[in-house]
Design a protein around this ligand. Structure first.
Ligand code: GDP
Length: 300
């Protein structure tokens, strides 16, 4: 919790700091207060739709005389945010298939490789047999990074030369996972091709091959988003959701950004479970997303 609390420091300072200044010592809540709150929420990257929804809920509470003072307003906001964060939250259960296949998607730079490395280390530490597939053959550096993470975690990495067909990597990794009786296969994918259409076609192809070799797989299509990019993360979620049947989200780089409000926007607008949050570059800095802890750390 302490690490999470530290990670969210910037978001808390800007977002809850502003709210505190707004509500502190306030004996009466009126429409003006809610208007000011609306501005704070929007500037905190909570997104226009979600902000409008939250303010509407608070207006209803106000009309029912439930918001007596500033403290009550803050408590009500916390409650409304928690309700939205917890609605679809479900940790990823990888015990439902063997090998459980996680296909990881997202644009370059969001923290895809790092997230895969952290996951590999975690599962491996839990005693699970992990295989990684370096499916981003378009970037030599990606496969190299993956290899480094894999070695550190003591897990096998299936890797072909740069420019090789990603489908071949995926095919080989499935065979390797089966031969080694792996519990988890994590497949990295390309994050950038010449066009968005190419990228989406590529991801569909990888998915098709996984499903052909292992019916029912991938069991999880995990989209990695960079919280620090704010509304860009929202646009990426839209794009990938439309084409790639995303079943879970990992939101990275929540540390060091004041844009942590994006978690609320993503949760509320996409109704896709946030599985993990990244709060640092280290191997232990990938956390299960726990709405209660998150809200507590945010409003601490
Ligand atoms: P990829 O291109 O999506 O594979 O991105 P990488 O995994 O290479 O990550 C890009 C950069 O973001 C690296 O410098 C990572 O160390 C950093 N990074 C990834 N996740 C986090 C995080 O949760 N917090 C911080 N502060 N940095 C992160």
């Amino acid at each position: 919790f302490e690490r999470l609390r530290q990670g969210l420091a910037k978001t808390r300072d800007s977002f809850v700091g502003k709210i505190d200044r707004l509500v502190l010592g306030k004996k009466e809540i009126d429409a003006d207060t809610l208007e000011e709150l609306e501005e704070i929420l929007i500037s905190a990257d909570i997104g226009v739709n979600t902000t409008v929804e939250l303010i509407r809920m608070l207006e209803q509470r106000l009309s029912r005389n439930e918001l007596q003072d500033g403290e009550a307003l803050k408590a009500a906001l916390k409650e409304e945010i928690y309700a939205r964060l917890s609605r679809d939250a479900r940790p990823l259960d990888i015990t439902t298939a063997s090998p459980f296949v996680i296909m990881v998607i997202g644009v370059n730079g969001v923290g895809k490789t790092t997230t895969i490395g952290k996951l590999a280390a975690r599962y491996s530490a839990e005693g699970k047999k992990v295989v990684l597939a370096a499916g981003d053959t378009f970037r030599a550096a990606a496969a190299e990074q993956l290899q480094i993470w894999g070695e550190r975690a003591g897990v096998d990495v299936v890797r072909h030369r740069e420019g090789a067909d990603p489908s071949a990597v995926v095919f080989d990794s499935i065979k390797a996972a089966q031969a080694r009786n792996a519990d988890v296969l994590i497949v990295d994918t390309a994050g950038r091709l010449h066009t968005k259409v190419n990228l989406m076609e590529e991801l569909k192809k990888v998915k098709r091959i996984i499903g052909r070799e292992l019916p029912g797989a991938p069991h999880e299509t995990l989209l990695v988003l960079d919280a620090a990019t704010g509304q860009n993360a929202v646009s990426q979620a839209k794009l990938f959701k439309e084409t790639a049947e995303v079943t879970g989200i990992a939101l990275t780089k929540l540390d060091g950004t004041a844009r942590g409000g994006i978690v609320v926007a993503i949760c509320n607008e996409f109704r896709i479970p946030i599985r993990y949050i990244g709060v640092g570059e280290g191997v232990d800095d990938l956390r299960d997303f726990d709405p209660e802890q998150f809200v507590e750390a945010l409003f601490y």
